[in-house]
Structure formats: C-alpha cells, structure tokens
Design a protein around this ligand. Structure first.
Ligand code: CS2
Length: 491
C-alpha cells in the first residue's frame, strides 16, 4: 500500500503513527514556502501541522522548488503526505498533511506567481540556505550575483527566491491585493532584516514606488530555527515504510528537540503557532546567536576537523574524547561570553544540551552534509565570533583552529580532486595559493576571498598568525600520522 489519503482513514488512532486531525480536503493553502527541503518538512511544516491539528485554519503549504523537481515528483505520488520519524529513545511517527502541493520554478513559474499573488496566501516563508540570499560579505544584496542580475534583466520571469518574492509582491501591489508577510527560516543571523534589505535593494532597481510599498506593508520578522534533521537515506525509507505499513517515498527523520523563535513585531494572520511551542519574542537575536554559535559553529568544527580525522558522523566525532573536550572548551572559552544571551536561557546548560544532542546514537548525521557551503556558513558561524572576541580582547585560538580545519578540508579536496559542494567551488580551483605547501601562503589565499573575509579580519595580524600556526599544526599532524586530538590540544 502506498502512503496516500486512503491510508489515513485506515490508520486513524494507530498507537505509534499519528495522522492529520483536520480535514485536508477542506483546508485551503495560506502559506507559500520556498525551499521545501528536509529541514522545512521536519520543522516549520510540523509546527503548522500541529497548529492546524489544534486550531484548524487554512494554512496548507504550497512548496516552491527553485532547482530540483524531486520533492514534487516523489510526494505528488502520495498526495504530498510524508512521514516524520522522530528519533528518540522510542521512535515516533507522524504523518504530515500540511504540504498540499509543490511547484517547480521554470515549468511552473506561472503557477508559482499565481500562488504568490493570491489573496489567500498570507505568509511566504523560506529555507533557501545561506547562499540563497545572494549577499556580499557586508550582508547586502550582491547586485552582480548571476541569479540577481538574471532576474533584474527579466523581473517578470524570475528564477531566484528574491526575484519571486518581489514579482509576487509587485503583482499584489498592481492588483490592490494586501501584501503577504515574509518569514525567513534560515541559519542566517538577522535573517529577516537581511532578507528585507535584499528585497528592498532589488525592488528599488525595478520601481521605487514598489520598494516603498513593500517597505511599508511587508513584515520580515527575524526567526531562529532548530532541529537536527539528517538527510533521508535509503535505510530511512525502508524502516519508515515498514513501521507505518505503507510505502513512503520520501520520509523525514529528525531528533526530538525542536525550537522556533520568531520576532513578535508583525500583525497579520498566522497559524496558531504560539499554541504548539513557537516562542514569539522581541529578542530573537540572543536566541539566534546562541544557536548559530553554540550549535552550528560546533557542527562546522566537527564537520571539518572531524572529517580530517576520518570520522563520518557527528555522533562518531562527538563521541571521541579529544573532540568532545575540544568542542566543550571551544564553547566555554571562546563562544560563551562572546554575546549577550537571552535572560531566559541558561547558556551553560544550553551548551551542555547541544553536546548531549550530538551524542544521540539514533541520529546518523553525516559530517559531509554539514560540510556543504562552508564559504557561506563560516560567515554566520565563525567570523562573527572572531570579530566579537577581538573587540572584547578574548581568545580566538580555538576558533582559528576550527577555521583552519575548513581551509585544510578544502585543500585536501582540491588535492584529491574530490567534489566540493560550495558556491565558491570553482573559485577555489582557480586560487593557486590554495595549492601551496606553505601554510601562510594558503591562509593568504583564503583571506584574499573578499566575498567571504572582510578586511578587518583578513588583515588582523593576530588572526593571520593563529590561522597559519593552526594550519601548520594540522599539516604536521597529518605528515606524522599523528592524532588530530594532539592538534586540538586536548588528549
Ligand atoms: C547543520 C544544520 O547542516 C548544517 O550546517 O549545522 O543544518 C543544523 O543541523 C541545524 O541548524 C540544526 O538546527
């Protein structure tokens, strides 16, 4: 039996498989989500599902895929239902019905614009990853970015997220339809503020009046999102389909922990997210810094240093004594204290809880997945901490070792001709310095990438020296066949 609407009726009340409690057939679409990948389907869509289970409402989701048709091709065969497997001591399964359709940019761009301009659409949310914002190192829209330049040349046939947002809003402006609100759900600090600035910069290139209308009418709340969501693997499909008694072509697996903090600075309709655990607050910044710095920075550290040490998953790397001590020390000595945490957060406990989450044996989280897009992620996860620690005259040694492990990760991939998943992959191959045997030359090669490293860091003598020493130590360790724990300084 395939997972389908028919399955739901047969499984109402199944003890280990929960199903939608609202009538999907009479529930309208109220949200367009750009980037319906694993994280969206494990996080925002689940909060929306839970809100509709409790309070109903026309909050069905239209997913918009900008590049791949996989989500549509697989999920359309099962009425867009999918299983969320919550991997805790006891695994729990929830069939999610909130996603109602997926449209693919290009062949279905007209339908996407129809959905974006429909009055029934009140929220447009996004998980397009750091690179989807097309920002430069200063956090402003890069008007020369190929995607932005292409959309500005043909603004009514957009291909990118920013282009679709602005064209959708332009159509509403032109037809006198109220604006939708925009909710960024990416690991980008000040994600709503940055997206608002990018959308206004883009709109101003088209029509100043449109930009003014957007500035006045559209809210772009900041938000922090969190739930460890490893990508779906073949065994996930097999075990979930077995557990629910139906073939699910694309289930999602996730840890039990989930958190969504949204800035409470907007009116307009929204699902009853506040009734299902979403926190609305004026201080999102503290929560997002805690998460980006105490979870994502440690994730990236394990992704690069752990891969260099031969580990494959977060669990393997975090279970290694030397690595566990290093990331705990990194958090204690160089991350906690680099920012003002929310008053309601016990930051030391939060930091310990993050490492406990990394040690969940049920979660098979590949370091290679976390390693993607390093040139974008380090700008959100490592560089801001370096800047704050320099300003506060705090230690930066461990952070530089983390950053140097990314350098070495890229250098080894270049040497071995391995695929590098990063928007700057081609640029790396063209920077001769990255192939140098001299660590200081390699460091200069990376720091010279001005779309990643702003001048204040790239020319800071302390940072340059610490990066050079760290890279030299990593390479010396590799030459000696030693343990990277020696380099991490914690046996
Ligand atoms: C991870 C994040 O892939 C990555 O870069 O660090 O996806 C991480 O799993 C989530 O932010 C956790 O909320």
């Amino acid at each position: 039996m395939n997972l389908s609407t028919q399955y739901l009726a047969a499984h109402q009340g199944h003890q280990n498989v929960s199903v939608p409690q609202y009538d999907r057939d009479t529930t309208g679409i109220g949200i367009v989500h750009i980037g319906p990948g694993a994280f969206h389907r494990a996080h925002q869509a689940v909060y929306t599902e839970d809100a509709m289970n409790l309070s109903g409402g026309n909050w069905g989701i239209c997913g918009v895929s900008l590049r791949s048709s996989t989500a549509r091709d697989l999920l359309s065969q099962q009425d867009y239902l999918y299983t969320l497997a919550i991997l805790d001591k006891a695994i729990r399964y929830q069939i999610i019905g909130a996603l109602r359709e997926v449209l693919v940019a290009g062949p279905q761009s007209d339908a996407i614009l129809d959905r974006l301009s429909a009055a029934t659409t009140r929220i447009v949310s996004l998980t397009i990853t750091e690179k989807g914002y097309c920002l430069n190192a200063d956090g402003a829209l890069d008007l020369r970015h190929p995607e932005i330049a292409a959309d500005l040349a043909h603004p009514q046939q957009p291909q990118g997220a920013i282009g679709f947002l602005v064209e959708g809003l332009r159509l509403r402006w032109a037809s006198g339809t109220a604006a939708f609100n925009v909710l960024s759900c990416d690991n980008v600090s000040g994600n709503g503020d940055k997206l608002r600035r990018a959308v206004l910069d883009y709109a101003r290139q088209i029509d100043a009046g449109l930009a003014d209308w957007i500035a006045e009418q559209v809210a772009f709340p900041n938000s922090m999102v969190d739930s460890i969501t490893p990508k779906t693997e073949d065994y996930t499909i097999a075990t979930v389909s077995e557990a629910i008694g139906a073939q699910d072509r694309w289930p999602i697996q996730r840890e039990q922990f989930t958190q969504w903090v949204i800035e409470d600075n907007w009116g307009g309709e929204r699902p009853d997210w506040h009734r299902v655990g979403v926190v609305f607050t004026s201080n999102v910044a503290g929560f997002e810094k805690a998460k980006l710095r105490l979870l994502n920075c440690l994730h990236s550290t394990l992704a690069y240093a752990g891969s260099l040490a031969g580990f494959n998953t977060v669990y393997e790397a975090a279970s290694d004594g030397g690595f566990q001590r290093f990331i705990s020390e990194l958090a204690r000595a160089e991350i906690i204290g680099s920012f003002e945490p929310p008053q309601e957060l016990d930051i030391e406990q939060y930091s310990r809880d993050v490492i406990t989450r990394f040690l969940n044996p049920q979660i098979h989280h590949l370091l290679s997945q976390i390693a993607w897009d390093g040139s974008q992620k380090i700008q959100m996860r490592i560089l801001p901490i370096l800047r704050d620690n320099l300003r506060l005259q705090r230690s930066t040694q461990r952070l530089c070792l983390s950053l140097a492990s990314w350098f070495e990760f890229i250098c080894q991939a270049l040497q071995q001709g391995q695929e590098i998943v990063d928007p700057l992959a081609d640029s790396f191959t063209r920077i001769a310095a990255l192939k140098s045997p001299d660590p200081a030359t390699v460091v200069q090669g990376f720091l010279g990438i001005d779309s990643v490293f702003p001048g204040d860091l790239a020319h800071n003598p302390v940072i340059v020296a610490q990066l050079g020493d760290s890279l030299a130590a990593l390479r010396d360790c590799r030459r000696r066949g030693g343990s990277i724990a020696d380099v991490l300084g914690v046996q």
